[in-house]
Design a protein around this ligand. Structure first.
Ligand code: UTP
Length: 278
């Protein structure tokens, strides 16, 4: 079954400057946990315990977060403050972490290709941790997708309906409906103007990918903004085989934008932190 999950975390996070000048965007805390930890917890819940981080320059804090901090831990050992480390200690005991570096920001497709050496020849998950997904009354979004993978054995992208004025920010799919909330992808466009979009079904930052995607990415020329787009590679995969789009159950917050980040913070504070669940 799927055991590995890639976290492309090499991006610059320019929308959060100056906060992200020397600190990775993925370490921004939503209440008391960094974004990347939420993503890793979601992966672990789905059974994906071999975590691969595709990092870049200036991202050391992410690797350090998933490692022991001897001085701090020695200092607070045996005090009431130790409980604040419970969640990260649990993550560290349940998962393993490997890193590789993307040397130039050549796009999400390129970041995933860089992760190939950590994945090998098996299906894997991908989490863009700036998309914070909360599925309170359901399994986590990745767990939902793993269940679907068991049934269909092909690449899967998570989608949500977005309003027309938001469409230009997303990869958008067209597809044939197989079941409620499940589509076989027939077309995919990266960040189209709303009037040229094939639908209002937008791809968000959760994927299950079959390993043939690596060779497809290798043969995918740079697309929009000169970047190697995962969307272009997925379209090629959809045309030669099968890619599913899955309308997940839950809520996604775009924590790569200031508005979405503040929204997520309020949500987590009110629904988890104040209720003693964070
Ligand atoms: P974004 O489009 O959010 O870019 O990337 P960004 O650089 O992180 O943020 P802004 O737009 O400058 O504010 C989506 C995801 O893909 C990763 C990012 O780290 C983020 O998780 N990514 C993107 C890479 O790892 N490498 C790339 O070359 C591009």
């Amino acid at each position: 079954m799927i055991k590995k999950c890639l976290f492309p975390v090499a991006g610059y996070g320019t929308r959060f400057l100056p906060a992200t000048k020397s600190m990775p965007k993925e370490m921004l805390p939503v209440v008391n946990k960094p974004l990347v930890q939420y993503g890793v917890e979601e992966a672990i819940e789905a059974g994906l315990t071999e975590i691969g981080l595709v990092t870049g320059r200036g991202k050391r804090a992410i690797a350090d977060h998933f490692d022991v901090s001897y001085e701090l831990e020695h200092q607070i050992a045996g005090t009431s403050k130790e409980q604040f480390l419970d969640s990260i200690r649990q993550v560290m005991s349940q998962a393993t972490f490997s890193m590789t570096r993307q040397q130039e920001m050549r796009g999400l497709g390129d970041a995933i290709l860089n992760g190939r050496r950590l994945i090998g020849d098996e299906a894997f998950g991908v989490v863009l941790s700036d998309d914070l997904c909360i599925a309170e009354d359901h399994d986590g979004v990745l767990a939902q997708m793993v269940a679907l993978y068991k049934q269909f054995r092909c690449s899967i992208v998570a989608i949500q309906e977005v309003p027309e004025d938001q469409i230009h920010k997303f990869g958008v799919i067209a597809g044939e409906k197989l079941k409620d909330g499940i589509f076989q992808v027939t077309d995919m466009v990266e960040k189209p103007p709303a009037d040229q979009a094939p639908s209002n079904l937008a791809i968000i930052g959760r994927y299950i990918l079959t390993p043939d995607i690596f060779e497809i990415i290798e043969n995918t020329p740079p697309g929009k903004n000169g970047e190697v787009q995962l969307t272009d590679a997925l379209l090629a995969q959809a045309k030669s085989g099968c890619v599913l789009a899955y309308k997940f159950k839950g809520t996604r917050f775009d924590c790569g934008s200031v508005d979405g980040f503040v929204e997520a913070t309020n949500y987590v504070y009110n629904n988890f932190y104040l209720k003693g669940k964070a």
